[in-house]
Ligand binder design. Structure first.
Ligand code: HEM
Length: 391
């Protein structure tokens, strides 16, 4: 994880379905293979053990399909297949549709400018956390009904929860219990208010009924919000800060994007997302046999989709390790595909675009302090947690 890119190239070229005996899993590294496998929607692959299973889960080898966990207390819905997963996702989706997200554009712009008003006079600060990090954490607070003053500590908690010591995986369940301390009170407050309208995601969880008619308690409803809490906070700021760094390294490209912000920024943001996205892999567990490259993956075995390798696959992107702000991107796996496709796709793209555009509009000159940037160890992320910048 110190630098996975050379390994990905070897995997793509020589071991496109690489078996890791210790975890009884196959790593998929080619764009086309991942594209096809994630499109399989007949229950062959289910996230029964989580989309980011911990090392202690993977260390247990299954001898057949993994059954659904008990329904009480209801765990995070992504571990189920139809109907529970689909029903809960359907209740969370309306808030993330293009029309709902476009209502956020002005708010994200205001939040970005409030940060810039505070940061620019300081001259030097952390481009990852102090700028984009706080803005997106504030958006998550407003989406989920968490008081906005918790944004900074939420951001710190999410960033800390992704870290691991070399050699060990992230036990996400153990690393992340404190997230519920923000979410459970938000759900409880909403339940007590008996209102409707402004918090459709939380209201959806309160309205949800399991197939046996049971409603969720506060902790169960909060658990269904964990992925929005994490996904909404941890990725966008790293892409924005790292992407602005890549532009700063290439003055000709920076000038080209600045020349027409309205047209240049959205294109540059797509390339930033391909090039800088921190999440490296997500897992699924097979429920039915599936054959790829002549090998049959048996029920109970796992696959991991190395999305970061797909983003650098030369079969899909010519000269993949070069950053070209206007690279044509016809197909992308940066947000996944199929059943678990990023629910925050439109919001994420809006946030990246607004944060980059407002930065370039207001900051005429900036310099990244290269030797102060840190990319802390994690077993599933390779992203710049901190990028000092001077303006
Ligand atoms: C540029 C930023 C982002 C990237 C690159 C990204 C990427 C991804 C990817 C690759 C997945 C699929 C995981 C899998 O296959 O198991 C995913 C899922 C998810 N993302 Fe994002 N994401 C981003 C931003 C966001 C934002 C802003 C939110 C919400 C506010 C969000 C919420 C989620 C959720 C809830 C899921 C789980 C979906 C499910 O399992 O049904 N993401 N994201």
């Amino acid at each position: 994880m110190a630098d996975p890119l050379p390994y990905y190239r070897v995997l793509r070229d020589h071991h496109p379905l690489y078996y890791v005996g210790k975890w009884d899993l196959y790593a998929l590294s080619r764009f086309d293979d991942i594209w096809d496998v994630l499109a399989v929607s007949d229950g062959t692959f289910v996230a029964s053990e989580g989309t980011l299973p911990a090392a202690n889960v993977l260390a247990q080898h299954n001898t057949g399909p993994v059954p659904d966990p008990p329904l009480q207390p209801l765990p995070f819905h992504a571990v189920f297949d139809k109907p529970i997963y689909d029903d809960i996702r359907r209740l969370q989706s309306p808030a993330f549709r293009p029309r709902s997200v476009s209502d956020w554009e002005e708010r994200v712009r205001v939040l970005a400018n409030e940060r810039l008003d505070e940061l620019l006079p300081q001259g030097r600060f952390d481009l990852t956390c102090d700028y984009g990090g706080i803005v997106v954490a504030q958006v998550v607070c407003e989406l989920l009904g968490i008081p906005i003053e918790f944004a900074a500590e939420m951001l710190a908690a999410v960033n800390a929860g992704s870290l691991a010591q070399a050699g060990s995986g992230v036990d996400t369940a153990a690393a992340r219990p404190n997230y519920l301390e923000y979410l459970i009170p938000a759900v409880a407050r909403r339940r007590a208010e008996h209102r409707s309208g402004e918090l459709p995601i939380v209201d959806g969880m309160l309205a949800y009924r399991l197939p046996d008619g049971r409603a969720l308690d506060d902790a169960e409803a909060a658990t269904q919000l964990l992925c929005i809490f994490i996904g909404g906070t941890e990725t966008v700021p790293k892409i924005v800060a790292h992407g602005l760094w890549e532009l700063a390294r290439r003055p000709d490209q920076l000038a080209a994007v600045r020349a027409d912000l309205a047209a240049g920024v959205p294109a540059a943001c797509d390339e930033m997302t391909r090039y800088c996205t921190p999440a490296q892999w997500f897992a699924r567990t097979a429920r039915k046999p599936f054959t790829l490259h002549g090998t049959t993956i048996e029920p109970g075995q796992r696959i991991i989709t190395l999305l970061a390798s797909a983003n650098r696959d030369e079969r899909q992107y010519p000269d993949p390790d070069a950053f070209h702000w206007d690279r044509p991107i016809k197909r992308s796996l940066a947000f996944g595909r199929g059943q678990h496709f990023c629910i925050g796709y439109h919001l994420a793209r809006l946030e990246v675009t607004v944060l980059v555009a407002e930065w370039l509009r207001r900051v005429r000159q900036y310099r990244i302090v290269d030797d102060g940037a840190t990319r802390l160890p994690s077993s599933f992320q390779w992203g710049w947690n901190s990028i000092p910048v001077e303006v």
